[in-house]
Design a protein around this ligand. Structure first.
Ligand code: G3P
Length: 217
């Protein structure tokens, strides 16, 4: 399973990258706004040290304008994945941009049928938003399962990018289902390392090492 960092916070991406836990990055207009930076400038900086796909989202809503914005974003670096919303215009832009050899991430997916359309439009990634479905008392993980089944039924190569991941339990469930990629805030990815028995066991080992006067260096 690939891990993408769902943030435009360059320091947070660098920190996670040093742990070997960043296979790519996803941003959106809200995350860029939070960073307080210019979209092109911050995306360029992320691409300067991340080799995997870096999603940058268009803000136009009409296909022709989305395609122009997508081309401009793709000029930033070869590893840009142009992010387009799951609308008919977005699907049209997806088809054109993937036809030009660009990676496209179709975002704001909330149903299996939407994911099927994105695959047919040649999307590189489909981004089902798990947390936002949970927010309205639906089951985000059920959507990941449905998309996995549909894509496997027909051999679609579009990668399932589980998005709007809010917790370590979301991460585990997405991995069990077989999502190709998970994008999550760095805090969630780091929290996956935590376990009270690890802390307790380490404390006991360190106590014994001290009492025994062990030295390695
Ligand atoms: O990857 C999409 C993500 O940024 C949305 O997350 O928590 O705003 O639903 P959230």
């Amino acid at each position: 399973m690939k891990f993408f960092a769902d943030t435009a916070d360059v320091d947070a991406i660098r920190e996670l990258n040093e742990l070997g836990l960043v296979d790519g990055v996803t941003t959106n207009p809200s995350l860029v706004k939070k960073s307080g930076r210019d979209i092109v400038e911050v995306t360029r900086e992320i691409c300067s040290f991340i080799d995997g796909p870096v999603s940058a989202e268009v803000i136009a809503t009409e296909a022709g304008a989305m395609i122009e914005e997508g081309r401009k974003l793709a000029e930033i670096a070869p590893n840009i994945a142009v992010k387009v919303p799951l609308t008919l215009d977005g699907l049209k832009a997806c088809k054109v941009l993937t036809g030009e050899g660009k990676m496209v991430n179709v975002t704001l997916c909330f149903s299996a049928n939407q994911a099927l359309l994105a695959a047919k439009a040649g999307a590189t990634f489909i981004s089902p938003f798990v947390g936002r479905l949970d927010d309205i008392s639906l089951d985000g993980m059920e959507l990941i399962s449905e998309i996995r089944q549909i894509y496997d039924n027909y051999g679609f190569e579009t990668q399932i990018l589980a998005a709007s991941i809010r917790s370590v339990n979301h991460a585990k469930a997405a991995a069990l289902i077989g999502a190709d990629v998970m994008t999550a805030p760095p805090a969630v990815i780091k929290a996956m390392a935590a376990h009270p028995l690890t802390d307790k066991g380490l404390a006991a080992f360190l106590k014994d090492a001290k009492e025994a006067g062990l030295k390695i260096l």
